[in-house]
Design a protein around this ligand. Structure first.
Ligand code: GLN
Length: 194
């Protein structure tokens, strides 16, 4: 049986991830409750507002069970706010904002400043063959510390990490679900299958 893929569906860009996965033949499960989390083998954490998602995770009694699954090695793919939620450290977060420490990075929220609130660029991404990836950034975080076990997959401005991987956890500052390019979702699914 192929692994069941979930999308954390408390807030944010859930539908576009579902559509991207559907184009790859995956019928993803929307996860809003602990019982739904129990049915999935891997999880996408979408973009949105990380402080709001953090609050909803606690309110829906999902924070602790999800942290346990991630500790036990569940593969995960976090985009933008999802990256923030999976990180070890969050800079410029709300004081009550929580994160899972599922990948050993510290991220800064809204790191590109007002003028650069949203932008698009072409990125070389390690592990993604062929043409560059068209990357859409929206009030995006940047990675400010990369732990020893973490692989940087892509950077902007030479040295600002915007995509990382540690084991079966992949995170991007940008929104792969906003372009037609399915290669980052494929990279995630390849990690789930491995
Ligand atoms: N700025 C948002 C946050 O801090 C993330 C933006 C996004 O997911 N597009 O959660």
């Amino acid at each position: 049986m192929s692994p069941a893929i979930g999308i954390l569906a408390l807030q944010g860009a859930v539908d576009l991830h579902a559509r991207a996965l559907a184009r790859l033949g995956v019928d993803a499960v929307e996860v809003r409750r602990p019982a739904q989390l129990d049915t999935v083998d891997a999880l996408v954490l979408p973009g949105g507002e990380s402080s709001a998602i953090s609050k909803l995770l606690v309110l829906n009694s999902l924070f602790d069970p999800l942290r346990e699954r991630l500790r036990a090695g569940m593969p995960a793919f976090g985009t933008c706010a999802g990256m923030i939620l999976l990180a070890t450290g969050v800079l410029d977060g709300r004081t009550d904002q929580r994160s899972f420490a599922a990948i050993d990075i510290d991220v800064r929220r809204n790191a590109f400043g007002r003028q650069n609130d949203s932008f698009e660029t072409e990125l070389e991404v390690a592990g993604v063959d062929g043409p560059t990836v068209h990357a859409v950034f929206i009030r995006a975080p940047v990675v400010e510390r990369v732990g020893p076990g973490v692989e940087v997959l892509a950077t902007v401005d030479g040295d600002r990490a915007v995509a990382c991987r540690q084991g079966a956890v992949i995170v991007t500052s940008f929104h792969p679900e906003l372009s037609d390019d399915l290669r980052l979702h494929e990279l995630f699914l390849a990690g789930v299958a491995a």
